[in-house]
Design a protein. Structure first.
Length: 42
């Protein structure tokens, strides 16, 4: 389970036009997890 801080970090990176794969690599998490977090935020 991701922390609130991780959710905020993913959202911030996504708003800075990083793609989902880049975010996943930077944070060491699965790309599908990044996709789910972004979908939940939008």
């Amino acid at each position: 389970m991701l922390t609130i801080a991780m959710h905020i970090t993913i959202h911030t990176l996504y708003k800075q036009e990083c793609n989902k794969s880049q975010i996943a690599r930077m944070l060491g998490i699965d790309r599908k997890t990044v996709r789910k977090v972004i979908k939940d935020i939008e």
